[in-house]
Design a binder for this molecule. Structure first.
Ligand SMILES: [Zn+2]
Length: 465
């Protein structure tokens, strides 16, 4: 969840000045209700997320029929107003909205682009907890970005759907406050034709139930999750359920075309989960695993508890990367997209550490190979500490981000470096964080002034000296 804004402070200050309290019968100075902002305040993605409220829980009930590509959904959102609200927005892309209610009363609504504006019958007071229910349906359309983001969101496949939504594709399948700064818990109830499997985050809440030729899967993610990490990948799957050696429930699923990779996916995901639990601190969620679907996404996504691998059998390195994201990205989540190196630099560095752990190329050798790239290489012109919205997933965000961590490790030593990583994930567990907070913590724990190091590695468009 987003950190609470200090909206009440001015009221308290005014009351203090007046020397009265609400029990004196004084009339509280109240803000008139106004519209919540159409964006949450990320300057690079101005319409992503929304202002005026924060979500605590999504209950997503979906039916999907692959033959018709038809989705019917009811999403119930529990939220809290951060200001007096006359209206507020949700993000929703495509799909038709049939009805919206707020606290059980019919609400009026309108659509403009990917903004769904909801006008409750009665304005909401600041701090009010409320429930929005949206009934909707249609054929979901994933987002295809002209930059380097590829295709993401709810992506229909011949036997179902591949659902991976980074950075802002959650709105293609449920109405959301679609920005990582507002995390919430999730319940999923997904109904598909009998014979198919629906996979979502967290754990099954009871065994699937079948009636009338359809099967309903109920999944529950009890830990806060960013909207882009939610999934409802569905289709024909072979499953393996078990536990890691360290006792974390482990669910692997593969499309039948990848039957041969099920064992390895299950085993390696478990080994990596247990190993990172020793390096980074306790595994933050209640289960681990992975899913291989036959949609050729050209990427993997670290969807919470079940990384999605789109159209390939992952090698150890990618599994090490996606599982590392459960700490870096999923438990500790970025507050704004420009800090994406906090996800990708860390997960890439985890690939190097895994390689070293397995007795292959060391982290130092990975670093040296990249460091040897000529100063004129375009690689050095993209400062990874400022991920650009039109080129968010640039190689530099990953690799130069990882190099930043290696440079830091060499500067402050292994003992301080690994203690710092563990403190970082413990301190910001299930919340949001920024680059500045990481820099500050690194300086506090090392006792060193690190501005020059971070500036050179994260913010300068040239190869660090
Ligand atoms: Zn990644």
């Amino acid at each position: 969840m987003r950190s609470i804004r200090h909206v009440v402070a001015p009221v308290v200050a005014i009351l203090a000045l007046l020397g009265c309290s609400p029990t004196d019968g004084a009339v509280l100075p109240t803000q008139p209700p106004s519209a919540g902002a159409a964006g949450i305040g990320d300057r690079d993605f101005p319409l992503d997320g929304n202002g005026g409220y924060e979500v605590s829980h999504y209950g997503i009930a979906l039916g999907y029929t692959p033959a018709t590509k038809r989705l019917d959904g009811v999403t119930t959102i529990r939220a809290r107003a951060l200001q007096p609200l006359s209206r507020f927005n949700l993000d929703l892309s495509g799909l038709q909205v049939a009805e919206v209610s707020v606290d059980g009363a019919g609400a009026t609504f309108s659509r403009q682009g990917d903004e769904l504006t909801v006008v409750p019958a009665t304005p909401l007071g600041s701090g009010a907890r409320f429930t929005v229910k949206v009934g909707y349906g249609g054929q979901p359309r994933p987002i295809t970005d002209s930059g380097n983001l590829g295709t993401f969101g709810f992506i229909p496949t011949p036997d179902g759907a591949f659902v991976a939504a980074e950075p802002n594709g959650a709105k293609t399948w449920f109405p959301a406050n679609d920005h990582p700064a507002d995390k919430a818990t999730f319940d999923f109830e997904i109904t598909v034709p009998r014979g198919l499997t629906a996979l979502a985050n967290g754990e099954l809440a009871g065994e699937p139930t079948t009636s009338g030729g359809k099967t309903t899967f109920r999944w529950r993610e009890r830990h806060p999750m960013a909207t882009y990490l939610a999934t409802a990948t569905l289709g024909k799957f072979e499953l393996r359920r078990g536990e890691t050696a360290g006792g974390v429930p482990n669910v692997a699923a593969v499309d039948p075309a990848y039957r041969g990779s099920l064992d390895k996916l299950h085993t390696v995901s478990g080994e990596v989960t247990d190993h990172w639990s020793k390096v980074f601190g306790p595994y933050p969620f209640s289960s681990t695993g992975g899913v291989v679907d036959d949609y050729s996404a050209g990427y993997a996504l670290e969807t919470q508890t079940k990384p999605m691998y789109g159209g390939f059998a992952p090698d150890e390195s990618i599994i090490a990367h996606e599982i590392a994201h459960q700490w870096f990205g999923n438990s500790v989540t970025i507050q704004r997209w420009q800090d994406l190196w906090l996800n990708e630099g860390f997960a890439t560095y985890a690939e190097w550490m895994w390689s070293e752990h397995r007795g292959r190329t060391t982290a130092d050798a990975h670093f040296a190979a990249l460091r040897a790239r000529p100063a004129t290489d375009a690689f050095w012109t993209y400062p990874p500490g400022r991920a650009r919205p039109d080129d968010l997933f640039n190689d530099a965000v990953y690799k130069r981000g990882a190099m930043t961590l290696h440079a830091l490790r060499k500067e402050i030593g292994d003992q301080t470096f690994f203690a710092l990583l563990r403190e970082w994930v413990e301190r910001h567990k299930y919340g949001n964080a920024t680059t500045q907070q990481f820099v500050t913590l690194a300086e506090q724990r090392s006792g060193k002034q690190l501005d020059t190091l971070f500036d050179a590695w994260l913010f300068q468009p040239r190869r660090p000296a």
